[in-house]
Write a protein that binds this ligand. Sequence first.
Ligand SMILES: NC(=O)c1ccc[n+]([C@@H]2O[C@H](COP(=O)([O-])OP(=O)(O)OC[C@H]3O[C@@H](n4cnc5c(N)ncnc54)[C@H](OP(=O)(O)O)[C@@H]3O)[C@@H](O)[C@H]2O)c1
Length: 225
Amino acid sequence: MGSWNWFSKSGFNSSSTAEQVTEGIDATRLTAIVTGATSGIGKETARMLALRGANVIMLSRDLKNGLKTKELILQENPEAKLEVMEMDLASIKSITSFAQSFNASQQPLNILINNAGILACPFQLSKDGIELQFATNHLGHFLLTKLLMDKLTTTARKTGIEGRIINVSSIAHRKYSKEDSLLDLEIINNPTKYWHFLLCNYFYNLISMHFMNTHVAGLISSSLN
Ligand SMILES: NC(=O)c1ccc[n+]([C@@H]2O[C@H](COP(=O)([O-])OP(=O)(O)OC[C@H]3O[C@@H](n4cnc5c(N)ncnc54)[C@H](OP(=O)(O)O)[C@@H]3O)[C@@H](O)[C@H]2O)c1
């Protein structure tokens, strides 16, 4: 049995399905935002939260793509409470505009899942002139979290339900070699060394927890590896 198949204390491992892990959970009182909800882990997360009754806001940088994903989830679960909103993590303007519009709404926010990510792509700059992976995976999520903090805190206080901020990373961050610089563009854009960014995700979680004082605000922030 490889290391990926070890059972954790929870009794689940990498072959456990999302249905198995969430069985019996009632999420009907919860509202969650999922970034990168159009494919992969984000799509499955949105599907599963909705299956357990949560109200899910699916963030997508392409509205059409988001609506297509929503339709697919609704085909399987017509009761799903899903809303698609547009936001590009590689654009400060887009993040600010989404956060303003969400914060102005009457919707609460219990869970923020920072899932979207790009990995080991060729060197490119974001609309704001920042290296694209750093802008998308870290700065974008940091800004989004910061702008939604009041909403998360207020919801936790009003409902008495501890809020959650989840930063999706990977156990692959452990492959990081101390000889490699985290700030070297030759390394962070190298597909064979993608775990540097996963290590950054891990640090990002620690840093954001510290700066945003989440424990004081009735929130738990964790890195999902
Ligand atoms: N897959 C794995 O084996 C694995 C393992 C460990 C950790 N992870 C982590 O899990 C997370 C999700 O991975 P995945 O494999 O599910 O990825 P994926 O299928 O490639 O999906 C990535 C999502 O991020 C979105 N995205 C990319 N750039 C964006 C931007 N600028 N603004 C907003 N959204 C953007 C994509 O939207 P579009 O549809 O518009 O492209 C897509 O919905 C990542 O953080 C990754 O590091 C994945």
